[in-house]
Design a protein around this ligand. Structure first.
Ligand SMILES: [Zn+2]
Length: 284
C-alpha cells in the first residue's frame, strides 16, 4: 500500500497534470468505489466543474473543485490514475472516468478493488470521518517533538504499532516505520510509553528524515501520465531500504543478519544488535 511519500508524489503529479482542467462529464463504473453516492449523483456533482488544485491530507488525495466540493480519493492497495487520450481504450479496471474539456480523460484504475472516493463540501473536508482523526501532518509545526512525546507516553502498544497508527503519527506504514526505528535505534517491540524523552526527540527527527528522503527521491523521478500510482519506488530505481525487506541480509551498520518478526499480522524487520530493547520502566 502506498505510504505518505508515494501519495504526496501522486498528488503533486496530478496537480501538475489536471489543475485548471474542466470536467465535462464523469462516469462511475464501480459503484462501491463511492459508497455514499449513486453513479447518477456522482456525475451530477462533478459536471462542469474545474479542478482548482490537487493536494493531500494523510494518504488521501484531495481534488479541490471550483463548485465548493472536494473529491477525496484513497488509493488503498492498487488504485492509480491514468491520464489518457480520449480515443484510447479504457484500462481493464477502470472504475471511474473524468472527461475533460479538450481531448483527454482521467481514469481511476484499481485492480484490487479497494480504492475509495467521496465527494464532500470543501469547507467540511477536515471533519470527514477518515480525515478527522488523523494525526497532524508530519511536516507541520503541530507535529512537534512535544506532540510526539505526549502521544508516546499515552500508549502502551509497541512502538511499531504506535508508529503506524495514523491517529498518532500520520503517514508511516510498514516500510517507513521499520526505517525510522532502525535509524532511531529503537526495538520494534519496545512499549511506546517506555521510550525515553531523549529517544522520542530522535524518533521525531528520524520520522521527518525518512519521509523527507523518500519524497525528495520521488520528486526526482519522471512522472508517467498514464500510470500515476503508488508503486513509485519499484524495480529499476536506485532506492535501497536500510532494513525493510532485508531479512537475513547484513545490517548496514553492524553486519549482523537482519531479523524479521510478526507484529499485528505484518512483518517487521530490525537489527537485534543495533536496536536493543531498553529496560521497561515508565520513563519520566
Ligand atoms: Zn546492526
Amino acid at each position: 500500500m502506498p505510504e505518505l511519500p508515494e501519495v504526496e508524489i501522486v498528488a503533486r503529479s496530478l496537480n501538475t497534470i489536471v489543475s485548471g482542467k474542466k470536467i465535462v462529464a464523469s462516469e462511475l463504473l464501480r459503484s462501491r468505489l463511492v459508497p455514499d453516492c449513486s453513479p447518477t449523483d456522482f456525475a451530477d456533482r462533478l459536471r462542469n466543474c474545474t479542478i482548482n488544485f490537487v493536494n493531500r491530507r494523510g494518504k488521501h488525495i484531495l481534488f479541490d473543485l471550483d463548485n465548493g466540493r472536494t473529491l477525496v480519493t484513497h488509493l488503498r492497495m492498487s488504485g492509480r490514475f491514468m491520464h489518457l487520450p480520449i480515443e484510447s481504450e479504457n484500462p481493464k479496471f477502470a472504475h471511474a472516468i473524468f472527461y475533460f474539456d479538450g481531448d483527454t480523460r482521467l481514469v481511476f484504475d484499481d485492480q484490487r478493488h479497494f480504492g475509495l472516493m467521496k465527494i464532500v463540501e470543501t469547507s467540511k473536508v477536515s471533519e470527514t470521518e477518515s480525515i478527522r482523526k488523523l494525526a497532524p501532518e508530519p511536516f507541520s509545526d503541530e507535529f512537534s517533538s512535544d506532540y510526539l512525546r505526549t502521544q508516546l507516553r499515552s500508549s502502551k502498544r509497541s512502538v511499531k504499532e504506535f508508529l503506524i497508527d495514523q491517529t498518532r503519527v500520520c503517514g508511516l506504514g510498514n516500510i517507513y516505520a521499520a526505517e525510522v526505528m532502525f535509524l532511531a535505534k529503537v526495538h520494534p517491540e519496545q512499549p511506546a510509553n517506555t521510550i525515553s524523552a531523549a529517544k522520542s526527540v530522535i524518533l521525531h527527527d528520524k520520522i521527518r528524515k525518512v519521509l523527507n528522503e523518500a519524497v525528495s527521491l520521488g520528486a526526482t523521478l519522471e512522472t508517467n501520465e498514464t500510470n500515476i500510482g503508488g508503486s513509485i519506488y519499484g524495480s529499476g530505481s536506485d532506492w535501497a531500504w536500510r532494513v525493510y525487506d532485508r531479512e537475513g541480509k547484513e545490517c548496514v551498520i553492524c553486519k549482523l543478519p537482519i531479523h524479521r518478526i510478526r507484529q499485528g499480522g505484518r512483518s517487521t524487520y530490525f537489527c537485534k544488535r543495533c536496536q536493543k530493547k531498553t529496560a521497561v520502566r515508565q520513563s519520566k
